[in-house]
Write a protein that binds this ligand. Structure first.
Ligand SMILES: *[C@@H]1O[C@H](CO)[C@@H](O)[C@H](O)[C@H]1NC(C)=O
Ligand SMILES: *[C@@H]1O[C@H](CO)[C@@H](O)[C@H](O)[C@H]1NC(C)=O
Ligand SMILES: *[C@@H]1O[C@H](CO)[C@@H](O)[C@H](O)[C@H]1NC(C)=O
Length: 306
């Protein structure tokens, strides 16, 4: 009798756990509510977007941005660049005309050094002083995500987690599909932060800059330079559009790439379609461009080699 009762309550308990853990969908925000939305790419919609949880609005020109740094400045602390890979900068929601918003929700301000610290409308962005956003990732048990970010989302001149907090506060709070109101009643604090980091990593993996350039024979070199058109054509051949390339030192040193997209669906789960950059390259169209080798002590092997 007792045993039977015990078994029944165990089964009930297991079913209870099952219901909360395995009910579908487990997408956040819940994209089931998006299935009835008109199908369109962001910035290509002809009717106004009704549900901004389903399509990034107004920031529908989505930029996956990357850096080619040759050092981090925190080598002594073990903050090293990933060998044979560019690094993540972020995922930005530009408006369709190329303008953009920033620090859109000061209740989710995790940037220790806001830049700018005063918005165009005069609003001050207070500096964040709480725990690093890396602790949020840990709280959700996503050590896999944290390990990936530490390898590929590497800051220059500040600890990685400070850079991640900056990117979330400045850009993700202006991306409507990460709005807290999209999550519904079972929202758990900082879930949006972790979901944003997942989305950034997913988008970064779509654009393996190092490998695409290497396939065209374009490797970091301190002996040669490359024409801008060669770099652009190599990237366009794999993405279908010309990304923005950013250069320093009067347009002669390659430092950045921004991949522009329109997105069908959410930034987290939808499809990205490459579009040409709306920003003119700062790299020289006439002078050769340096794609420098890194200082060997500034990088480390991150792949698992056989
Ligand atoms: C997701 O949204 C749909 C439609 O709004 C709803 O029926 C469903 O219960 C939601 N699922 C979860 C897990 O919240
Ligand atoms: C920068 O580049 C422009 C155009 O390529 C050139 O006219 C100018 O002299 C350069 N300036 C310096 C400081 O090298
Ligand atoms: C290549 O040149 C860059 C820029 O001057 C320098 O920082 C880097 O250490 C050099 N790398 C190698 C392997 O010589």
């Amino acid at each position: 009798m007792d045993a039977a009762f015990g078994l029944a309550s165990v089964l009930l308990a297991v079913q209870g756990v099952g219901a909360s853990l395995f009910s579908f969908p487990r997408t956040y925000p819940n994209i089931t509510a998006c299935a009835s939305e008109p199908i369109t790419y962001s910035c290509e919609n002809t009717a106004a977007i009704q549900n901004t949880c389903c399509t990034p609005t107004p920031g529908g020109l989505v930029l996956q941005t990357q850096f080619w740094d040759t050092y981090t400045g925190l080598e002594k602390e073990g903050q090293l660049l990933p060998k044979d890979s560019w690094t993540i900068h972020g995922l930005w929601p530009d408006n369709c005309d190329g303008s953009f918003e920033q620090y859109c929700d000061l209740s989710r301000q995790y940037d220790r050094k806001p830049s700018p610290s005063v918005l165009p409308d005069g609003t001050t962005v207070p500096a964040y002083t709480g725990p690093g956003v890396d602790t949020f990732i840990g709280k959700f048990g996503r050590l896999d995500l944290l390990a990936y970010m530490d390898k590929y989302w590497v800051s220059q001149g500040s600890p990685n987690a400070d850079f991640w907090g900056h990117e979330f506060a400045k850009h993700a709070t202006c991306t409507s599909t990460f709005d807290v109101s999209c999550y519904g009643p079972d929202y758990k604090k900082n879930q949006d932060v972790v979901d944003f980091f997942d989305a950034v990593v997913r988008a970064f993996k779509m654009y393996p800059t190092f490998d695409v350039l290497a396939a065209s024979g374009i490797l970091p070199s301190n002996k040669t330079t490359y024409p801008l058109s060669l770099l652009q054509n190599a990237l366009k051949a794999q993405t279908g559009a010309v990304p923005y390339l950013g250069c320093g030192q009067n347009g002669t040193v390659l430092q950045e790439v921004w991949y522009f997209s329109h997105v069908s669906g959410t930034e987290q789960f939808g499809h990205y379609k490459s579009v040409d950059s709306t920003t003119k390259s700062t790299c020289s169209a006439t002078a050769g461009i340096h794609y420098y080798e890194r200082t060997p002590a500034s990088e480390r092997e991150v792949r698992v080699l056989p």
